[in-house]
Design a protein around this ligand. Structure first.
Ligand SMILES: C[S@@+](CC[C@H](N)C(=O)[O-])C[C@H]1O[C@@H](n2cnc3c(N)ncnc32)[C@H](O)[C@@H]1O
Length: 304
């Protein structure tokens, strides 16, 4: 049961568990993610599509590059959210057989509206149980910014393995090492400190399985399900520059912790964030520019 007297800006079974010093279970995690994505549908693409690496690619484009442009492959976007990756894939190669899967109906509705004329098949399901997809029926499974949120993770990897063909590939875009992007750790710590004012236990238990966030732990975890596959993990950094208030909003959007803040606390957090992200200190408030950089990892599992 949700505690309607919760003091935080967003009320879920997951936040209630933290407030009561209880360890949230996987149902609590699903409830929290659904609550955030119902209230802020499409927020991930707003943030992730505006940050680019030094060659100008955003993280969707970096992941999409792993799909050949001239073959008619069957591709599944696992936890497709609002469908931007599917749109990019469709525009690069109209011969792909595309499927997108997500557990959140609001995100799927947004994906459906933008993919109306593209023959993409959208499926409402949890990633832990891909019953709608046959064994050995997918050439490439992609997952953009979502593997980090899945707990339990082992059933997800097992299902990916089951649906992939014998020479299939699985690629995921996940958090990179915090020290790879200048200033990222300061942003992380600042947002978490505000979230902890709201919910003292916030951060002690993070969303999803923390093994996805470390290079070695991710490689070891994936190796258990795909012992004979080639596994590579590449690190990249994506950056946004612009008016500092906009940059701060984008930066905050990468952190689920920012969604638990009540509106007035969020305003204070954005104002503190603007201070550390400002790069043109002597300009007027209206002209002040900012920069935020985000470390990302791209996992590639190639069955051989
Ligand atoms: C950060 S968003 C990323 C969405 C999309 N891939 C993108 O990058 O724009 C995370 C998405 O994962 C979905 N999700 C999280 N856990 C899931 C699970 N266990 N099964 C299916 N979808 C899940 C959420 O509903 C949400 O749409």
């Amino acid at each position: 049961m949700k505690n309607l007297k919760s003091q935080s800006g967003l009320n879920s079974i997951w936040t209630d568990s933290l407030v009561h010093n209880l360890r949230p279970d996987s149902n609590a995690l699903v409830d929290h993610l659904m609550t955030v994505h119902q209230k802020h549908t499409g927020f991930t693409e707003e943030c992730a599509s505006s940050c680019r690496d030094e060659t100008g690619r955003n993280s969707y484009e970096w992941l999409a590059e792993l799909v050949p442009v001239n073959e008619s492959l069957r591709v599944l976007d696992l936890a497709c959210g609002s469908g931007l990756l599917l749109k990019i894939l469709f525009e690069r190669n109209k011969n792909l057989n595309l499927r997108g899967l997500d557990m959140c109906p609001e995100e799927l509705e947004l994906a459906g509206s933008r993919l109306k004329n593209s023959r993409v098949n959208l499926i409402k399901s949890k990633a832990q149980n891909l019953t709608a997809i046959n064994d050995n029926s997918i050439d490439i499974v992609l997952c953009h910014w979502a593997l980090t949120l899945m707990d339990p993770i082992a059933p997800v990897l097992n299902e990916v393995r089951r649906v992939l063909t014998s020479r299939g590939r699985f690629a995921a875009l996940v958090d990179g090492p915090m020290n790879a992007a200048p200033g990222y750790l300061d942003v992380h710590n600042l947002i978490y400190s505000y979230a902890q004012e709201e919910i003292p236990g916030y951060g002690e238990i993070d969303l999803g399985d923390s093994r996805i966030r470390g290079r070695e732990s991710l490689s070891n975890l994936v190796h258990k399900t795909f012992p004979e596959a080639n596994i590579t993990i590449e690190t990249n950094v994506v950056t946004i520059e612009g008016p500092v208030n906009q940059v701060s909003e984008i930066a905050a959007g990468f952190f689920y912790a920012a969604f638990v803040l009540k509106p007035e606390k969020r305003k204070l957090m954005i104002s503190s964030l603007s201070k550390i992200l400002t790069i043109s200190k002597d300009s007027t408030d209206a002209e002040r520019q900012g920069r935020f950089s985000m470390p990302i990892n791209r996992l590639l599992v190639e069955l051989i």
